[in-house]
Design a protein around this ligand. Sequence first.
Ligand code: SAM
Length: 270
Amino acid sequence: MRIDLISLFPEFVAQCAAFGVVGRAGERGLLSLYGFNPRDYAEGNYRRVDERPFGGGPGMVMLIDPLRAAIAAARAADPTPARVIYMSPQGARLDQAKVRELASHERLILLCGRYEGVDERLIRAEVDEEISIGDYVLSGGELAAAVIVDAVARLQDGALGDAESAVQDSFEDGLLDCPHYTRPVEHELGSVPAVLMSGNHAQIAQWRRQQSLGRTWQRRPDLLNEAALSKADRKLLAAYQAEVAAAEAAENGSSAATEASAGPDSGPAA
Ligand code: SAM
């Protein structure tokens, strides 16, 4: 896969992509990153890439022509058609389904804004899609582009040591991942759940599925509403919910008992 970055700071994204799984994907030729800096395509001694907004107001707006020329240079560098994506807080929010879709493209061009953003006419003419990485405002699109580069790189065939690990990740089947444990079995912070030490693969798989369901119910009920649950899933979840309710009742019972024994009327008679 090829990703071109249209950015005033393309090295920023390249740095983020230099480590771990993404760095190895680059070394293995699974992902190539190229930077196109609009400043290199700006005219005049000052190579301006921004101007004050028409209508007044604070900040600066990125000029059409340097961006357009940088996008044209990126397109001309490789005949493979590219999907042009503007990183923008106003775009559709990125999720794992979108990451999978992006990862299936042979080529992406990621446009990173700065300042107040990009002249609207450039977006209308050149951009296929706007993507946001969340409901907050960053000072530039580079971090958002780095998020996309990382998320799509690990989905390239051969990027992960064990391709299964991506399949088990959160969101892949609409649920959050189960908790993970490693050595030592006993630690002052607690023990590893016994089922994981049992060697019984069916039981381990069932425990993991139940933990996934339970965690999603506790942390992201919105996901659970969308997930396609089987009858077996519903049974596992009901058992998890019953366990949580029992633990809460026990907790409430013991704190009520503690309060009662510490209350003004409960002490021994003077
Ligand atoms: N004035 C713009 C607005 O409120 O929609 C925000 C501009 S922001 C300061 C500068 C650049 O950062 C944007 O052009 C965009 O490329 C990037 N950016 C900021 N927040 C982002 C987000 N949540 N997701 C993706 N890109 C973002």
